[in-house]
Design a protein around this ligand. Structure first.
Ligand code: KIV
Ligand code: ZN
Length: 523
């Protein structure tokens, strides 16, 4: 279980809650998450995510909606065959054809759903409330008769008449549903009402209750936790909060809050949260705001002088949990709000100690000034400025870009020629690629692979401003053959140059790390 800082709970009260001891995590990333506008996953990518979710420790993976297409059915079948440490579920309407498609995929759980609100009954399926009761019971019976577990969801439950909803729930309970789910399909609940609503249902049923919240008002996580406060024992969540429209309740804050705030157990291995989130970002192409809780780039990044002072003397001053516990790293960045402590710490990380206070002050002012003009300082910029200000020769950039020629267009295959200076010696690499960035990275790899054996693990690209002249901000993660991870970034008006510089920065970092090791062992 993830560590919690007791001081966080000074004014948190658990009175009037019906908290379960543990909550199971039902992950919907591959179904509701794939319904995120613009996201389509190939079966092989779905399998990669499923294997990662298995490693993360979710209890159930909802792998898809098999009736949707042949590809979807293929993906669900593959996942159900390849995943063995958690249960695999598939979605079906209360229609035999849908359920048969799920049965063909050999899943452990079939999740049947039907709308129960007036508006959805009338305008979505064109039925009267009484008309669907028998077919709902038949659908649950049909699943159970095939020896498969059944999760039943009332879609739009939170906008349904409570007496009618309870009638449906009592009937599916009698038919043997294993889990009964309450869907806040349009994300309209507020936490206090959710708690009352769920309490009113838990008190009338014996079956395990589950909650599925959408994020239309940004309340999905809060509503999910409110449902747990009322006794829900399963939460339906998605990695990175993906899902229809504004998405679903995000797995990361829900599971971390359950453990570190409520003290409720889950089977999640939190140290894999960042890795899982990065994989889903890469395969779906949906990037996160840096301010995303737990897994966002800034979730453990500190800039202001006051915060950095606190963090240096005791991290819990400005961090509610330890970044390593969720697979994240603490970052102290130099920016407009930076103080002397950050600069001193950054220098120490470069192995530079005992610099007089007045020099650190001068350097801090210079860095603040540059940042205030809107420039993003990369690690290499910082090193260059330190070298200049302190007249030190800290690290020589081993690898420098000398020339880059890109040939691209339509319908020709993009190609790149890269000329690098490695320790002053000129090396040329040439490659084709699926795009100009790919071609340039491959050309660099051709020159450097025998030297560095670095593997590119993650690549992400952001535009810093909105127009066609936007600055491209490339962040990459590479791994060396000892398994060390190096992150680097670069900003440029040209996306290919930004990408090439990011790769070269990472390579220089790997070289610097080696030099630091040599320096340390020599001391
Ligand atoms: O949002 C929703 O209601 C759903 C159901 C299928 C549970 O995703
Ligand atoms: Zn949903």
């Amino acid at each position: 279980m993830i560590r919690r800082h007791e001081s966080n709970l000074l004014n948190v009260s658990f009175e009037n809650m019906n908290l379960p001891n543990s909550v199971s995590i039902y992950d919907c990333t591959l179904r509701d998450g794939e319904q995120t506008p613009g996201v389509t996953l190939q079966a092989s990518d779905k399998l990669k995510i499923a294997k990662q979710l298995e490693k993360l420790g979710v209890d159930v993976i909802e792998a898809g909606f098999p009736v949707n297409s042949g590809n979807e059915k293929e993906a669900v079948t593959l996942i159900s065959k390849e995943v063995s440490n958690c249960e695999v579920a598939a979605l079906a309407r209360i229609i035999k054809k849908d359920i048969n498609e799920c049965l063909d995929c050999d899943v452990d759980i079939i999740h049947v759903f039907v709308p129960t609100s007036q508006v959805q009954l009338k305008y979505q399926i064109g039925k009267e409330p009484e008309e669907i009761i028998n077919s709902t019971i038949e659908a649950v019976n049909y699943v159970k008769d095939h020896g498969v577990k059944c999760v039943f969801s009332a879609m739009d439950a939170t906008r349904s008449n409570i007496n009618y909803l309870l009638e449906i729930y009592r009937n599916v309970e009698a038919a043997g549903a294993d889990v009964i789910n309450i869907a806040d399909t349009v994300g309209v609940m507020i936490p206090s009402s959710m708690k009352k609503f769920v309490s009113g249902i838990t008190s009338k049923l014996k079956t395990k209750l589950s909650i599925h919240c959408h994020n239309d008002y940004g309340l999905a996580v809060a509503n999910t936790l409110a449902a747990v406060e009322a006794g829900a024992e399963e939460v339906q969540v998605t990695v990175n909060g993906l899902g229809e429209r504004a998405g679903n309740a995000a797995l990361e804050p829900v599971t971390v809050a359950l453990e570190t705030v409520y003290g409720v157990k889950t089977n999640i291995n939190h140290k894999y949260l960042a890795e899982t989130s990065n994989l889903v970002t890469r395969l779906t192409g949906v990037t996160l705001s840096p301010c995303t809780p737990i897994i966002g780039e800034n979730a453990f990044t500190h800039e202001s002088g006051i915060h950095v002072d606190g963090i240096i003397s005791k991290p819990s001053t400005f961090e509610p949990i330890n970044p390593e516990d969720v697979g994240q790293k603490r970052r102290i960045v130099i920016g407009k709000h930076t103080g002397k402590s950050s600069v001193k710490k950054a220098l120490e990380e470069l192995g530079i100690r005992n610099i007089p206070d007045n020099m650190i002050k001068e350097l801090t002012l210079k860095l603040k000034d540059i940042s205030a003009k809107g420039k993003i300082l990369t690690d290499l910029d910082f090193i260059a400025l330190v070298q200049e200000a302190l007249k030190l020769n800290i690290y020589e950039q081993k690898v420098k870009l000398k020339e880059l020629v890109i040939v691209t267009g339509f319908p020709i295959t993009p190609s790149a020629t890269v000329k690098l200076l490695i320790n002053g010696e000129e090396k040329i690499g040439h490659s084709i690629g699926v795009g100009p960035v790919d071609a340039a990275a491959k050309a660099i790899e051709k020159i450097l692979d025998p030297l560095t054996q670095l593997k590119l693990k993650e690549f992400s690209l952001k535009a810093l401003t909105g127009g066609t002249d936007a600055l491209a901000h490339v962040s990459i993660i590479v791994e060396d053959k000892e398994g060390r991870i190096f992150r680097s970034e670069a900003v440029n008006g040209d996306i290919v140059v930004a990408s090439v510089n990011a790769v070269i920065n990472a390579i220089n970092k790997a070289f610097q790390a080696k030099e630091k090791e040599v320096l340390k062992s020599a001391r």
